[in-house]
Design a protein. Structure first.
Length: 71
C-alpha cells in the first residue's frame, strides 16, 4: 500500500533529501520546505521505499500537494 507525504501548507521546496528507490525509516526527513522565511523539515510517516518524487527543488507548492510516495 502506498503512502503519500503531502505538503502541510503553501511553501517553496528547498531540498529533496531522497531519490526513487531509497529506503526510508519513519521520521526520516524527505523534503525541506520554506514558508514565511522559516525552514520546515517534512518527515516520512512510515518506513518503506520511495517509489515517486513529485517535489522539485525551487518549486512553489500548495497545501495538500504530494511531495513523495512511499511503498
Amino acid at each position: 500500500m502506498s503512502h503519500e507525504v503531502k505538503c502541510p501548507m503553501p511553501a517553496k521546496v528547498i531540498e529533496v533529501h531522497v531519490k526513487v528507490g531509497d529506503a526510508v525509516a519513519a521520521d526520516a526527513v524527505v523534503v525541506t520546505l520554506e514558508s514565511m522565511k522559516m525552514e520546515m523539515p517534512i518527515e516520512a510517516e512510515i518506513s518503506g521505499t520511495v517509489s515517486a518524487i513529485t517535489a522539485v527543488e525551487g518549486a512553489t507548492i500548495a497545501k495538500g500537494d504530494v511531495l513523495v510516495v512511499i511503498d
